[in-house]
Design a protein around this ligand. Structure first.
Ligand code: BGC
Length: 412
């Protein structure tokens, strides 16, 4: 592999490495009507926000960043970063707003987006499901309904037929485990119903959905590159000498990082890795003790070396690894350049030890709607003024653009 380092710690990445940014439809497009858009305006949710003294408009996605009509100029921004790849998602509820009633205009809209990306020299990484569901699908029980798999497979079939030729990397599901945990175990996200049975069924059907989606895509495109985006944070005991913490962190790691991947390992052409932070496990509730020095605006510990450990773990699946998300909320952009450079340093270290990493996508191109945290976290290389919708590059955008151009980082 063409990776060279010299004494000045200039770390080079190989030619052909995929450099890019990542986003999802609901978080940027605006005007989507799905289970999430209804949930965020539900009396229960509004009451909950009021109790916490929060202003509900800050938690409603609404027009989002108007990527829907601004995709051309946003893809220009991606190009201005010297990236060669973009990850975006297709909003199922736009394509199939009513059951088996497909919207051709919306399909054409996504076709235009993919063509524009290609015209800008960007390879396309397309997520088919990034947590949001059509309302009819929710009304039939969402992912805990046995029929969910059949419905999803039909949707995948449509996308394969209509848009498949313009998709370079396929992501069938985004971070399915978070949908299960937050939807059914903590109840923080829709469907907001705590149910162990619901969680178990959702887990089973999401696995099946991925397998069916994988087969469907491969039946049309035998050479297709298909995976999921798996959230894989670094889990470690807070105290290495504490046996109990070692055991708890192993269990936690298994359930959060490994189990879902193990179930679908024969149906993966690459491993889609999303890495954000470090979980230091203690033996007493709430089992996490992050005595952080460096944290993001959301309080997540910045721990670049964690990505190295995660990549070493994922290498065990013996597939190429594609980092599909890595980023931070940092409104004042005081840490983003450090964050990117230092995560890449550890990606490079893993690669120099033989781990096959094919690309790095930063989350995110522009500020966007951060789910239940609403609008305050700012993840964008470009800031978005939501009144005027104006995009402004943060200084770290320049740093990332240089990295992507030179395919190297300089570290001390
Ligand atoms: C999700 C994104 C989200 C990001 C930051 C990822 O887990 O895929 O949708 O915005 O994390 O929280």
């Amino acid at each position: 592999m063409d990776i060279k380092s010299n004494n000045n710690k200039e770390l080079k990445f190989p030619d052909g490495f995929l450099w890019g940014t990542s986003m999802s439809a609901y978080q940027v497009e605006g005007g989507n009507m799905n289970d999430w858009s209804e949930w965020e305006k539900s009396p229960k949710r509004l009451k909950e926000l009021m109790k916490k003294g929060k202003f509900s408009d800050d938690f409603i996605c609404g027009r989002a960043c108007d990527f829907y009509s601004r995709y051309e100029s946003d893809l220009d921004l991606a190009k201005s970063l010297n990236t060669n790849t973009i990850r975006l998602s297709i909003e199922w509820s736009r394509i199939e707003p009513q059951k088996e009633n497909y919207n051709v205009t919306e399909l054409n809209h996504y076709k235009e987006i993919l063509w524009t990306a290609k015209a800008n020299g960007l390879a396309t990484v397309v997520t088919l499901w990034h947590w949001t569901n059509p309302r009819w699908f929710r009304d039939e029980g969402g992912w805990k309904n046995k029929k969910a798999v059949e419905y999803y497979t039909k949707y995948v079939d449509l996308i394969v037929n209509e848009l498949g030729g313009d998709i370079d990397y396929w992501v069938t599901l985004n971070e399915p485990t978070l949908h299960i945990v937050n939807g059914y175990l903590t109840g923080k996200w829709p469907p907001n119903k705590i149910s162990l049975i619901g969680a178990y069924k959702t887990y089973r059907y999401l696995i099946k959905a991925h397998k069916n989606g994988y087969k469907k895509i491969h039946s049309h495109f035998p050479e297709a590159q298909v995976s999921i985006a798996m959230i894989t944070n670094y889990v470690a005991p807070a105290h290495k000498w504490n046996l109990l913490e070692v055991v708890i962190s192993k269990i936690f790691h298994y359930y959060t990082n490994a189990l879902f991947l193990n179930k679908i390992r024969k149906y993966l052409d690459f491993i889609g890795c999303d890495y954000y932070f470090h979980d230091r496990i203690v033996w007493y509730p709430p089992f996490k003790l992050n005595r952080n020095k460096k944290v993001t605006d959301m309080g997540w510990e910045i721990y670049p070396k964690g990505i190295y450990h995660v990549l070493k773990f994922l290498a065990g699946y013996k597939k190429p690894i594609f980092i599909l998300e890595n980023g931070l909320a940092d409104e004042h952009d005081s840490q983003r350049a450090y964050f990117i450079t230092n995560h890449l340093k550890y990606v490079h270290q893993a690669m120099s030890e033989g781990v096959k990493v094919i690309g790095y996508l930063h989350w995110s191109l522009i500020d966007n709607f951060e789910w239940s945290h609403g609008w305050s976290p700012k993840f964008g290389l470009f800031a978005v003024n939501r009144e005027t919708m104006e995009r402004t590059p943060r200084p770290s955008a320049g740093v990332y653009a240089e990295i992507c151009k030179n395919k190297k980082i300089n570290v001390k």
